[in-house]
Ligand binder design. Structure first.
Ligand code: THU
Length: 131
């Protein structure tokens, strides 16, 4: 995966955001996760009347990818109305699969800032700590 387009990945996250199920918060989130195979796995937030059962868009994308046998990732784009950052749980979930994953945090206009999992979750706990 040498060449990939940040704008294209963000556009896929914008489309995934259309599917958000957020009747309680009204805060719609879309994600697009680029695997090293070149495949893109999208996700949206899925809320529940039992509020704590909510699943974030980023984790939906990771779970879809891993369940389809992809475990190595190049980048994740996440889109919200106002460019909100990934939550702590999503940061840790991404970190499981690498610190070098590029993270594009975009708002509904497509404006974005670029960071990495390592920057979002410094000093993280990982599988290495279990050895
Ligand atoms: N949300 C995400 O989908 N990803 C995040 O990283 C932060 C929060 C969702 C969960 C909930 O449906 C709504 O945004 C408000 O917290």
């Amino acid at each position: 995966m040498k060449d990939w387009s940040r704008e294209e990945l963000i556009s896929q996250a914008v489309q995934a955001r259309e599917h958000a199920y957020a009747p309680y918060s009204g805060y719609r989130v879309g994600a697009a996760l680029l695997g090293k195979s070149g495949r893109v796995y999208t996700g949206c937030n899925v809320e529940n009347a039992v509020y704590p059962l909510v699943i974030c868009a980023e984790r939906v994308a990771v779970v879809k990818a891993v369940s389809e046998r992809e475990q190595e990732f190049v980048a994740l784009a996440v889109v919200t109305e106002n460019g909100g950052a990934p939550c702590g749980s999503c940061r840790q979930t991404l970190r499981e699969f690498g610190e070098d994953i590029v993270v594009l945090i975009a708002d509904a206009t497509g404006a974005y800032r670029e960071t990495t999992v390592a920057e979002l979750l410094p000093g993280s706990f990982s599988a290495a700590d279990l050895n």
